[in-house]
Ligand binder design. Structure first.
Ligand SMILES: *Cc1c(COP(=O)(O)O)cnc(C)c1O
Length: 399
């Protein structure tokens, strides 16, 4: 199908059908898993031409593989970008992008509420390379403008942020980034392109931990970057090549399959999340619920404006602090006590002691990640069963 013909279809149809159709060599409707590390050259000259970049083709799987390429094509298509590059993990994607954009002596400006691993990379690893990270509360963009200087090389935003689900204004960030001529990089893991397409709002680069909703089944660790073709080519040719965080063909295949059900999964995640958020909101043992779809969320209006839905993540504070939270997490029966998110099964965890234990006590306080905060990745089970499970567990909690 031609690209303009595809435009008449809705996003959920595009998730199922993808951009390209069947495998060009075999006609297989499911892209084959090209489980090969290396590719035969037709002649010595052919090999030399491939290495010189004079012609396109496959050389060695760290530099590209047809199954990986199929996943990249679909991600670029769904995010509305020119090109994409897959990685072995979300952190592989994030670290490669930052190293591609920043040199020692330079800095980046970022949201202060981030995935714990990203925060650790920003605050522990990057300073060893003399790259300074300025994490600020991006719900007030004055904070961003105040710390940008002539050594700032990018603006990095996670929205909705993990785990507090605070929302940052992407259009306004894109304007700031343009004013200072730096790229806006957005971690779009939580909403996925089904609910938010940052490139259309003015962002330059989108990153995913594809481990989460893109794969969707809790069976794959992977990452992906979407952006302009020039940038993606440089990322592949220099940083994937040198840092080596390459995705395996099997994992790329699992992600292509995951994308086919992205729309229907995201719808169900969201339907369930809304019901659970409303149930928790009025529960006497719950102090506060964080879900962008609730009118009580401080940036609900902004979420409505820049997102097409609110996603499947719900965080809440429980009366009785950390002990009550631990009691709840030990008492659930259907919901699994585990980190990660975006799986078909519901997962519950305690950010302050688990995913966000890389934050210092002061940093946790600054971001509003309290000891009593519990994060729930709402799965696609029947909402009644999930609410019943939370309900029985909350009955056991002493506040
Ligand atoms: C999990 C996650 C990451 C890191 O991805 P991995 O695949 O675990 O390396 C980055 N950002 C967000 C928002 C995440 O949830």
């Amino acid at each position: 199908m031609e690209n303009n013909e595809l435009k008449k279809y809705s996003f959920s149809t595009l998730c199922v059908h993808g951009s390209g159709g069947a495998d060009p060599t075999t006609g297989a409707i499911s892209i084959p898993i090209y489980q090969s590390s290396t590719f035969k050259f037709k002649s010595a000259r052919h090999g030399a031409q491939l290495f010189a970049g004079e012609i396109e083709g496959y050389v060695y799987t760290r530099l590209g593989n047809p199954t990986q390429a199929a996943f990249e094509r679909e991600m670029a298509f769904l995010e509305g970008g020119e090109a994409a590059l897959a990685f072995a993990s979300g952190m592989g994607a994030i670290s490669s992008v930052i190293f591609a954009l920043c040199r020692s002596g330079e800095n980046l400006v970022s949201t202060n509420t981030l995935y714990g691993g990203t925060h650790n990379f920003f605050k522990e690893t990057l300073p060893r390379f003399d790259i300074d990270v300025r994490e600020v509360d991006t719900t007030n963009l004055e904070n961003v403008i105040n710390v940008i200087d002539d050594k700032t090389r990018l603006l990095y935003i996670e929205t909705p942020a993990n785990p507090t689900l605070t929302i940052t204004d992407l259009k306004a960030c894109a304007r700031i980034a343009r004013d200072y001529q730096i790229p806006l990089v957005v971690d779009n893991t939580f909403p996925t392109p089904y609910f938010q397409r940052p490139l259309q709002l003015g962002a330059d680069i989108v990153i995913h931990s594809a481990t989460k909703y893109i794969g969707g089944h809790g069976d794959t660790v992977a990452g992906v970057v979407v952006g302009k073709k020039d940038f993606i080519d440089e990322l592949r040719g220099k940083f994937l090549r040198d840092l080596g965080a390459v995705i395996s063909p099997l994992n790329a295949w699992l992600l292509v399959r995951g994308l086919k059900t992205l729309a229907i999964r995201m719808e169900k995640h969201q339907q369930n999340a809304i019901k659970i958020a409303k149930f928790l909101q009025f529960h006497p043992k719950i102090k506060r619920v964080w879900y962008p779809g609730l009118t009580t969320h401080p940036q609900h209006e902004l979420a409505k404006k820049q997102m097409e839905g609110f996603g499947g993540m719900v965080s809440f504070e429980i009366h009785g602090g950390r002990r009550a939270g631990e009691h709840l997490m030990n008492a659930v029966k259907l919901i699994t006590l585990a980190v990660s998110l975006g799986d078909v099964d519901s997962l519950i965890e305690h950010p302050a002691s688990m995913t966000h234990s890389t934050y210092s006590a002061e940093e946790l306080a600054e971001c509003g990640i309290t000891e009593s905060l519990v994060r729930l990745s709402v799965g696609i089970e029947d909402a009644r069963d999930l609410i019943e499970d939370l309900s029985q567990a909350l009955r056991k909690v002493k506040v």
